[in-house]
Design a binder for this molecule. Structure first.
Ligand code: FES
Length: 141
């Protein structure tokens, strides 16, 4: 028997309301310090990589989850919870570099690789994300 996987589509979330693109990571799978959202292993096709400027993020609604996908230099992708666990800040609007994102509300810092906070906040979830050959961002959740 072969492993089953499903492919679902997701829509860009309208949660930010800021009207600007949000930057988020692209690319590699990451470990999370926090248990991931319901892991069914379904692959969700979120959108095209070219829709996210380098260094920014975009939020996608995947089922009941809001996932921020960051596109880093070298087209590395990172997918994390879009909502800050401290007080609900929009992490996709935070400043991000190769390793961390800083929440724009109260400046808690989160690793984009593990989800752990280096500033004392509860961790965020990190999710496997990759770029398909057709340029589509695929998230496993
Ligand atoms: S809401 Fe993110 S640090 Fe407070």
């Amino acid at each position: 028997m072969s492993a089953q996987s499903s492919v679902a589509t997701a829509t860009p979330a309208d949660a930010s309301g800021s009207g600007r693109d949000k930057g988020s990571p692209v690319g590699t799978e990451a470990k999370s310090a926090r248990p991931a959202l319901t892991g069914t292993g379904a692959v969700h096709r979120l959108g095209l990589l070219r829709e996210i400027p380098v260094g920014e993020a975009r939020v996608y609604a995947v089922g009941d989850a809001q996932i921020a996908v960051f596109r880093l230099r070298g087209d590395t992708l990172r997918a994390v919870d879009a909502v800050c666990p401290h007080a609900g800040g929009p992490l996709a609007d935070g400043q991000a570099d190769a390793g961390v994102v800083i929440c724009p509300l109260h400046a808690h810092v989160f690793s984009l690789a593990t989800g752990e906070s280096t500033s004392g906040a509860p961790p965020i979830g990190c999710y496997p994300v990759r770029l398909a050959v057709d340029g589509t961002i695929e998230l496993t959740l």
